[in-house]
Design a protein around this ligand. Sequence first.
Ligand code: NDP
Length: 453
Amino acid sequence: MNAKEYTREILRLIRQTSPGQEEFYQAATEVFESLVPLLEEEHRYREHSILERIILPERTIIFRVTWMDDSGKIQTNLGYRVQFNSALGPYKGGLRFHPTVTLGIVKFLGFEQIFKNALTNLQIGGGKGGSNFDPKGKSDSEIMRFCQAFMNELHRHIGHTRDVPAGDIGVGAREIGYLFGQYKLLTANFEGIVTGKGIGWGGSFGRKEATGYGSVYFAEHHLNRHDMELKGKRCAVSGAGNVAIYTIEKLHSMGATPITCSDSRGTIHHPKGIDVKTLKAIKEVGRESLEKYAQLHPDATYIPLHKYPEGGHATWSIPCDIAFPSATQNELTIVDAKNLVNNGCKLVNEGANMPTTPDAIDYLREHGVLFSPGKAANAGGVAVSQLEMAQNASMQRWSFAEVDTRLFGIMKSIFDTAYETSKEFGDEGNLIMGANIAGFRRAADAMIDMGAV
Ligand code: NDP
């Protein structure tokens, strides 16, 4: 069996043993397909059954979360923590609270996290968790009671050298605070068991901004390699959450113009540039719909989701030079890719995890659009999470400028590693392949060193 057949056989087995986990299968296929050139050259990974092992989580915890809503009714949700791979350090990866969360979604995110974390060159393994809990429309006390109930089970499985969760969709500073508070109550220990903590109680300056800022730094490094820069470019951004907001903020400071943002109900198009202050007030403070943005800025247009034909997204039909999909998985489709190409887009830089569908990626690359895969471009968040862990362990606090400088350097090093690896394997500039091989090689070599465990 050659390397291609070998990877396909493992993927076939995975599909058989993990039915209905489409997103996980999609992520695994992308990684395994890009490993073929490495497997052809290096036989040790096959000899040590690395693919067979790395595709299986070391541990999967699924639990019931029981909590009481404001009316006194008992509610239940499912909680997950997938501890995927600890070859490089404690499991690290966020928690997602969203009604679409299933085991397949958590496994896709946890699997991606192994390679992303390996790429940062820091000592962190890969994991992910979450719940199908929907925070929308819940009161602050309901959010708190849910987080406490979630931690009632999770606390048994995490620890500052074992597994350190962070935020993701639906889990921000507020939820991290409630989760940490409950952990402290249950264990009587004040330890860095989550990242994204408040600055006053163990958080790091720059963590909140890290994924968005890091994504913009990555885009700049990518453009520079092709003799271009962000300055003066029109950028379309999707999402209006943590990643999107800080992508937009950093784009302004780099001299680019972020012209869009979106939420699950619609897109804002503001040709003169999204006003970050208004966006933060609506999304971070008020937790309201983006429709309000157009009321406050009459020169901006609000395009409701249902007004756009199926199969595509309004954000990507607006002419731009660079696209930053920063909302959720599979949000940029083949319809969108065609619109971006027709409108002369030069780079798609993934801020979200797996936001571009496989056929859209192929189309973009075939038409000469540069592509930054999420596991490299959005690794700034987890990198600064690790810096938060390092500060907690050494009882130090670094300044915002120090963290930001380190983040800039880490994103440069991730870009260079992915780029040089793509060159090494004969497909210069294919950062999907470069990031997957570089991340895999680091985690896999550690697994070989540690024997059959
Ligand atoms: P948030 O919950 O802060 O924000 C998500 C945003 O995306 C919200 O504005 C939400 O809308 C919007 N959204 C969700 N679904 C859709 C959709 N189908 N179409 C348009 N908009 C949508 O999450 P984050 O910003 O933290 O995460 C965004 C992405 O980045 C995810 O893929 C996440 O895994 C990834 N990521 C996050 C990191 C982090 O540090 N936070 C690190 C690395 C990756 P609404 O407001 O209506 O809910």
